[in-house]
Design a binder for this molecule. Sequence first.
Ligand code: ATP
Length: 357
Amino acid sequence: MATIHLQQVDKLFGTSYAVKPMDLTIKNGEFVVLLGPSGCGKTTTLRMISGLESVTNGMITFDGKDVTWLHPSERDISFVFQFFALYSHMSCYENISFPLQAKNEPKDEIKRKVSQVAQMLRIESLLDKRPGSLSGGDQQRVALARALVRKPAAFLMDEPLGALDAEFRDSMRAEIKRLHIEQGATTVYVTHDQIEAMAMADKVVVMSAAEVQQVGTPLEVYYDPSNLFVAKFIGSPGMNLLKGHYENGTVGLPGDNLLTVSEKAKTLLGKAVGTGEVVVGFRPESVVLKEDGQLHGSVYSSDLHGGYTMLHLSLGSDIVHARGERRMKHAMNTMLRFDLKSEQVRFFDPKTEKSIK
Ligand code: ATP
């Protein structure tokens, strides 16, 4: 397995950037997810790593070796795409063994490898069948088996679960992660689904508008987003973001609220803002309902999510999402008081949209 390095790699289609210059290191054995909304450049980045797309500028190395201009077949990679292209006239066994047959591996060795991967993916009973007779989930398992039967330098996966229904997605997600851990395989995985990214990644690369917004562990991008885009994009719902005015240890917030910040935040904001505008960010679970809480808002609506209730509170014309107990019931327009877990409150510069650190 390889360490992949992208150095100032970019891609222009005509005069517009599909990917702006990016630096990225994917360590040996790491599971890296490229995450972002449609059209942000994830697939193009993956295709440049694979060699299916040429770079406009920059260099790509696998274990220090320059592969920038190598053909995909010379890069030793395995792909899995959203729409698995299995050969319909071949049995699943023949489909899975195809990459090994192409390399003229000995018959016994092929049999051993196919049987090992089929056991891992629990598809032994499907090996004699044709793909057309299988469910979508089983077809994707066969496609995965075909990719995993080799031990390439890296696995590249583009929305491999996108075409599956919710139940299969959950089980395949767990399966891919488990296979990754068992094989220690360097994997680059593209998705627009932030829940999938959070669940699977060692490292998430959040992209928007052809640009990398943040590279971090799932917890880093969740709790310490680098900017307002990441704060809103990660989480369901995203981070609460309230515009406020900071002055001497307190922030004036919508709905006639005044938030006293922690001593640490006071030092930080004193230096970065002085007196002026700031965006206050906090997750729904950072809200603590309390009768003597410093902040207040009125109940706009609430949704029961089985294990918890999501409350939506009006603060002036803003809505704050607050995660509460499952049994919680409050009538609409009830005024509730709350505090924020101060260590989980984040601040952003409204002009640059960047996190204040
Ligand atoms: P999606 O999740 O919808 O696949 P993405 O994040 O993977 O989106 P890309 O497919 O990488 O995004 O596309 C990035 C940008 O580059 C888009 O604006 C797209 O229209 C453009 N683009 C991609 N391929 C080409 C091409 N061959 N020619 C011209 N423009 C392209």
